[in-house]
Design a binder for this molecule. Structure first.
Ligand code: PPE
Length: 311
């Protein structure tokens, strides 16, 4: 079972988990009017550190601005401090950290005016995002029958809770069909992303990924692009079609929860050799070294929580 935070940061203070509850008539629960972040703390030689914490918190505030939560009573610095406190005070070394700004009270109308926002930060140990077999060999995926949001329908650059109905439709369908993950196409039919990850193609030693226009600007995506270019690999952001995925040498997805995962099969077509490819493996290993403090040049991606590591 996943270990969850005993202490949750609610509206500026750490409270026991039993007190971090919201009433049934919380607008966010009914309308998906909440924005969130997903980040991870990793064990490093300096104790637990949250990977790209500042960038995640900046994206949380961007999500709030995009959605229209305009006046928030918290600063980015408070959320940074609160996130570190949740990791530290719960005694976590490695965990997933989830800040969420939500429509807490005011009224039940479809309007943010007059709504009071709430902010909670919790964490849990999120192991086994996929089976060990899928992690080692690569995922089996399908192209979803559901289309990724058009950016003028839902705000795809915002991690809006309501957006995730789209991902849940696709992921549930995929699971019921017996796959590990779904790849979503955008409203023009071009490749967008996974349900909770960005997507990459490797072909003839060049790495391709869809441009940022239609997808979430993933921080893992950004980190992987940096790592790949530092290896001297060419990375191109350009439109990709479904059939380009079928003829890839390698495919992989990446995100905070997923980290870097190969795709070994798409729509029943084996990709490349039908196993996780060598460039994917190299990037996944380098990413792992970066997040755990094993790569000097990426140390500034780490924000230490200053917990004492058990001997
Ligand atoms: N696209 C989507 C739609 C998405 O939700 C995520 C993160 C990404 C791309 C990758 O972004 P980043 O984490 O910054 O590299 N998805 C979050 C929630 C996933 C879940 O299963 O829940 C995450 O990975 O935390």
């Amino acid at each position: 079972m996943n270990l969850e935070s005993k202490l949750v940061w609610m509206n500026g203070e750490l409270v026991p988990q039993e007190k971090a509850v919201v009433p049934f008539l919380t607008p966010a629960l009914h309308y998906g009017t909440a924005v969130f972040e997903g980040m991870r703390a990793y064990g490093t030689p300096q104790g637990p550190a949250i990977f790209r914490l500042k960038d995640h918190v900046t994206r949380l505030f961007s999500s709030a601005r995009i959605f229209g939560f305009l006046e928030l009573p918290w600063t980015e610095e408070q959320v940074i401090a609160g996130s570190k406190a949740v990791v530290r005070e719960n005694g976590f070394i490695e965990c997933y950290v989830r800040p969420l700004i939500f429509a807490a009270s005011g009224h039940m109308g479809l309007n943010l005016l007059g709504i009071t926002p709430g902010l909670g930060i919790a964490a849990w140990e999120w192991k086994g995002f996929v089976s060990p077999e899928a992690e080692a060999k690569g995922l089996r995926a399908n192209v979803s029958s559901f289309t990724r949001h058009h950016p003028n329908v839902m705000m795809t650059k915002s991690k809006l809770a309501g957006n995730y109905g789209n991902s849940v439709l696709a992921r549930t369908e995929s699971a019921r069909l017996g796959f590990d993950e779904a790849i979503m196409l955008d409203p023009t039919g071009l490749v967008a992303e996974g349900t909770g990850e960005n997507l990459f193609v490797v072909r003839k030693n060049v790495i391709y990924t869809p441009h940022r226009t239609m997808v979430l600007e993933g921080l893992t995506r950004d980190s992987v692009i940096t790592i790949a270019r530092d290896f001297g690999l060419e990375v191109r952001e350009e439109p990709l079609t479904r059939d380009q995925l079928y003829v890839a040498d390698e495919l992989f997805v990446c995100g905070t929860a997923a980290e870097v995962l190969g795709i070994r099969e798409l729509d029943f077509r084996p990709i490349g050799t039908g196993s996780r490819g060598p460039i994917t493996a190299k990037l996944a290993e380098a990413f792992r070294r970066a997040v755990t403090g094993g790569e000097k040049k990426y140390l500034d991606w780490l924000d230490y929580c200053k917990a004492i590591v058990a001997p």
